[in-house]
Design a binder for this molecule. Structure first.
Ligand code: THG
Length: 265
C-alpha cells in the first residue's frame, strides 16, 4: 500500500506556528521522520488559517525540498495554490484534491497532465458527499470519464470515497468499503483508490484503534493508498501485516523489517 504521511498540515498547531514564523526546522523534521517511518509521499497542506496560502505553500514546499526529493501530495482546493505547489515540487507529485463537479475537473485534469502529476478526486460534487456507495460510484464514474476524455490515463487518477467520522455517520465506513470494491471495475486499467484515514476517528476515543482497524478493512477491500499517521508504529505494523495476509508480500520471519527496508528511500 502506498502510504502518504499526513502530518505536514497547518491544522496541527506546531505546523501552523512554524508556517507563520517561517521556521523550517519542525517541518523538515516531520518530513524526515515520516519518510523514515515508511511514508512514500508527504501530504502538504497549509491549513485553514494561512493568510496568503500561495506564499505559505511556496515556503512549505521549498523547506521540504531542502531535505528530500520524495513525492509530495499538494493538498489544497485552490487552483493557484496547487499550481505553485506543483511548480516547486516538480514532476511525480500528487494533486490532493479536486471535487467531482465538471468545472473543477476542467481545471485540475489539464493541470495534472501539464505537471505529470497523479490526481486525487473526491467523490463530492455540488450536492455534497453522497449518502451511499451508489452516489459515490456515480461521481467516480464521472471523474474517470472526464479523465479519459481529456487524455489522462485512469491509472493516474486516485478516487477518494470520502470517509467521515464514525461518530457522525455510522453507515459511512461500510459504504466507503463498498465504493472501493466497485471502483475496481469502472475502467481498464481502473483508477487507484485513496482515503484520508484519520477522518474516520475524528472526535472519537480510541482513535488509533479505529484508524488501524479500518485501514485493515479498507486494505482488504482493495484500497491502494492512504493518507494517515505513518508515525503510528502500530498502524504501520497492521498495514504491513495485512499486505502479507493479502499475499502481496512474501512471508519471512522478519517480514516487518523486510517491508520497511523495501520502502526506505
Ligand atoms: N482526503 C484527502 N485529503 C485529505 C483528507 C481526506 N487531507 C486532509 C485530511 N483529509 C487528511 N489529513 C488529516 C490530518 C489530521 C487529521 C485528520 C486528517 C486529524 N487532526 C487532528 C484532529 O482533527 O483531531 C488535529 C490534532 C491537533 O490539532 O494536533 O485528525 O479525507 N484526499
Amino acid at each position: 500500500m502506498y502510504a502518504i504521511g499526513e502530518r505536514i498540515n497547518g491544522m496541527f498547531r506546531a505546523v501552523g506556528a512554524a508556517i507563520r514564523e517561517q521556521n523550517p526546522e519542525p517541518i523538515q523534521e516531520l518530513a524526515k521522520a515520516q519518510l523514515d517511518a515508511g511514508a512514500q509521499a508527504l501530504d502538504v497542506n497549509v491549513g485553514p488559517t494561512a493568510e496568503d496560502p500561495v506564499a505559505a505553500m511556496a515556503w512549505l514546499v521549498k523547506a521540504i525540498r531542502e531535505v528530500t526529493e520524495a513525492s509530495l501530495a499538494i493538498d489544497t482546493t485552490k487552483p493557484d495554490v496547487m499550481k505553485k505547489g506543483l511548480e516547486l515540487a516538480g514532476p511525480g507529485s500528487i494533486m490532493n484534491s479536486t471535487k467531482g463537479q465538471q468545472e473543477q475537473l476542467d481545471i485540475f485534469i489539464p493541470m495534472a497532465m501539464e505537471h505529470e502529476a497523479t490526481l486525487i478526486a473526491l467523490t463530492i460534487d455540488e450536492n455534497g458527499v453522497p449518502r451511499d456507495a451508489n452516489g459515490r460510484g456515480e461521481i467516480a464514474l464521472r471523474v474517470v470519464a472526464a479523465a479519459m476524455e481529456k487524455g489522462l490515463d485512469p491509472s493516474r487518477v486516485m478516487i477518494d470515497a470520502v470517509i467521515l467520522p464514525v461518530n457522525v455517520t455510522q453507515s459511512t465506513p461500510g459504504q466507503v468499503l463498498e465504493t472501493i470494491r466497485n471502483i475496481k471495475v469502472l475502467s481498464d486499467p481502473p483508477p487507484k483508490t485513496v482515503l484520508g484515514l484519520s477522518n474516520v476517528s475524528q472526535g472519537t476515543m480510541q482513535r488509533e484503534l479505529i484508524n488501524r482497524t479500518y485501514l485493515v478493512m479498507a486494505l482488504a477491500a482493495g484500497l491502494d493508498a492512504a493518507i494517515g499517521d505513518v508515525l503510528d508504529t502500530d498502524l504501520m505494523d497492521a498495514m504491513i501485516t495485512a499486505e502479507l495476509l493479502m499475499d502481496r508480500a512474501v512471508y519471512a520471519d522478519d517480514f516487518l523489517k523486510a517491508y520497511r527496508a523495501s520502502v526506505q528511500a
